[in-house]
Design a protein around this ligand. Structure first.
Ligand SMILES: [Zn+2]
Length: 444
C-alpha cells in the first residue's frame, strides 16, 4: 500500500550495524540435537500458557514437546527461566520489505521508485528482512515490491540459500491494479513514470498479468480493489473501486487453478463488495467493513488482515482533506475490527511494515489489537498458528509441536499479562539455527 509515514531517523544505519553484534548464527546439521527447557511456553495453539516444558529439536524440525523430562544425551541445552516466555516464531502476513516508509520529508514513496537504483532498494530490503528476523518474525507474507519488480523472489532465494539472514518469505511480486489505480501519479501525463504495481484492464489482460507473475515466482497474488479514499459531503469515507468483479474473477480463477491464493487490498464500499464477490482469499486493511461484508466474510471463510497500527499515527493536519481522510479512516477502522472480532471473522496479524519505516517495532500491532478488544492469547495466535493456516502451513509453522519447523523465539516477561513484552525478543531460532541470543540464555 502507499500512505505517508513518519520520519526515518538518521541513526538508522548506525542502528543496523549495532544490530549485527547481537546476531549470531550457529549451523545446525541434520544430526544436531538441541533441547530447550522453557519455564513458560505459549505453543501457538493451546488456550493456556504451559509450564516446565522440554522441547527437543532435531535438525530443522521439532521432534518432541513434553512436560518436564531430561534432555537427550549429546544435545545442546538451552534453558529459559521463569522471567522468560518461549513462543513459536512470529508471522507477519502483510509487509513490504522493499518499501522504506513514505515520509514526504524523505522524498516519500515516489523517490524510491524514481531515483533509487534497484540494487540500492534490494540492499535495503535485506536490512528490512534482517530486522524482521531480529524481532522474532521468522515468516513474512510480503505483499508486493512497490515498483521493485521481482526483487522479492531474489531476496527469498538468497535467504533460502543462506547468503543473507531473513525470515521465510511468501511473496506476491508486483501486485495488480487497473489504469488510474496506483501510483506514481500526478506527473506530466506526457512523461512515462514507473508504477508501483502492474496495471491492466479487462479480464484477458489481467489474467495474463496473473499468469506472468505466477510464472515468475509469485507465491500469492495481490490485487488492489480500492485505491484513493476521501470524505464526501455527508462526512462519509469513500474509496475508489478499481477492478470490476469480472476482472477480479479472471485473476482469482487463474490463481486458484494453480492452487495459489489472492490477497486483496480493500477499504470498503463498492471495491470491498467486488473483492468478496470476486473470490478474494484475504481482505487487507478492511477499514470500513459493513455488516453485509462481515457476514459474507464469515460465510466464505475470508481472512481479515486489519493492519491497525499504521492508521493510528502520522495523520495530516486536521483541517485539510488528507487530515479529514486520515481521521475518518481511523474512526471506522476500530469499529470494523471490533465487529469482525465479535462476528468470528478469521483475523491474521499484519502490519504494513514498509508503509511505516522498518525502524519501528513490528510488535506494536499487538498493542493495537489488544486495545481494540482482542485477548493477548488471541492476538498471539493471529500471528502464529492462525497466520500459518492462512499460509496453508498449519502444523508446520506458528506452532511448537512435533513435526513443525524449529522456529522458536523467547521474550522477556509475560506477553499474556502485558502484550508489549513481544517487543522484547531476546532469542530467535529459525529452522533449528540460532540467529539471535541475548539475555536470559544458559548453555550447559
Ligand atoms: Zn500494504
Amino acid at each position: 500500500m502507499t500512505r505517508r509515514a513518519i520520519f526515518v531517523p538518521p541513526v538508522f544505519i548506525l542502528f543496523c550495524f549495532a544490530g549485527l553484534s547481537l546476531c549470531q548464527s550457529s549451523p545446525a546439521g541434520p544430526e544436531n540435537i538441541t533441547a530447550i527447557h522453557a519455564a513458560n511456553l505459549i505453543d501457538g495453539v493451546s488456550a493456556e500458557m504451559r509450564h516446565n516444558v522440554l522441547v527437543v529439536i532435531k535438525g530443522n524440525k521439532i521432534d518432541s514437546v513434553t512436560a518436564g523430562g531430561k534432555a537427550p544425551a549429546g544435545a545442546a541445552v538451552i534453558s529459559f527461566g521463569p522471567q522468560v516466555t518461549v513462543l513459536p516464531g512470529l508471522i507477519d502476513t502483510h509487509t513490504h520489505i522493499f518499501l522504506q516508509g513514505e515520509d514526504p520529508a524523505e522524498g516519500g514513496y515516489d523517490i524510491q521508485l524514481l531515483k533509487h537504483p534497484s540494487s540500492f532498494r534490494a540492499a535495503r530490503a535485506t536490512v528490512s528482512a534482517r530486522r524482521a528476523l531480529e524481532q522474532g518474525f521468522t515468516t513474512l507474507r510480503d505483499l508486493e515490491t512497490e515498483g521493485a519488480g521481482y526483487g522479492d523472489v531474489g531476496i527469498k532465494e538468497a535467504i533460502n540459500a543462506g547468503y543473507i539472514p531473513g525470515p521465510r518469505l511468501f511473496v506476491v511480486t508486483r501486485a495488480i491494479s487497473v489504469t488510474g489505480g496506483y501510483p506514481l501519479e500526478g506527473y506530466n501525463p506526457d512523461i512515462v513514470v514507473p508504477k508501483g504495481a502492474q496495471l491492466g484492464d479487462g479480464p484477458v489482460e489481467l489474467r495474463k498479468i496473473a499468469r506472468e507473475q505466477l510464472e515468475n515466482g509469485a507465491d500469492w497474488i495481490k490485487v488492489y480493489m480500492t485505491h484513493r479514499s476521501w470524505v464526501d459531503k455527508k462526512g462519509k469515507l469513500v474509496s475508489q473501486p478499481t477492478l470490476t468483479t469480472e476482472e477480479l474473477k479472471a485473476v482469482t480463477d487463474e490463481a486458484h487453478g494453480q492452487q495459489k491464493k489472492v490477497a486483496c487490498h480493500a477499504y470498503g464500499g463498492i471495491g470491498l463488495r467486488r473483492a468478496l464477490d470476486g473470490g478474494c482469499d484475504s481482505i487487507e486493511h478492511g477499514l470500513d467493513l459493513d455488516d453485509a461484508a462481515i457476514t459474507q466474510m464469515v460465510e466464505q471463510g475470508t481472512w481479515y488482515v486489519p493492519t491497525l497500527a499504521v492508521y493510528y499515527g502520522d495523520w495530516a493536519a486536521e483541517n485539510t482533506p488528507d487530515g479529514q481522510r486520515d481521521r475518518a479512516r481511523a474512526s471506522v477502522h476500530e469499529v470494523s475490527f471490533r465487529k469482525a472480532l465479535k462476528a468470528g471473522v478469521k483475523i491474521a496479524f499484519g502490519t504494513d511494515m514498509g508503509g511505516i519505516p522498518w525502524t519501528q517495532p513490528i510488535a506494536q500491532e499487538f498493542d493495537k489489537m489488544v486495545e481494540f478488544g482482542m485477548s493477548p492469547m488471541n492476538a498471539i495466535q493471529s500471528a502464529t498458528s492462525r497466520a500459518a493456516t492462512l499460509l496453508d502451513k498449519q502444523g508446520e509453522l506458528g506452532v511448537i509441536a512435533p513435526g513443525a519447523y524449529a522456529d522458536v523465539i523467547a521474550v522477556a516477561g509475560d506477553p499474556l499479562a502485558k502484550v508489549g513484552a513481544l517487543k522484547n525478543v531476546t532469542f530467535v531460532m529459525k529452522d533449528g539455527k540460532t540467529f539471535k541470543e541475548s539475555g536470559d540464555r544458559v548453555i550447559r
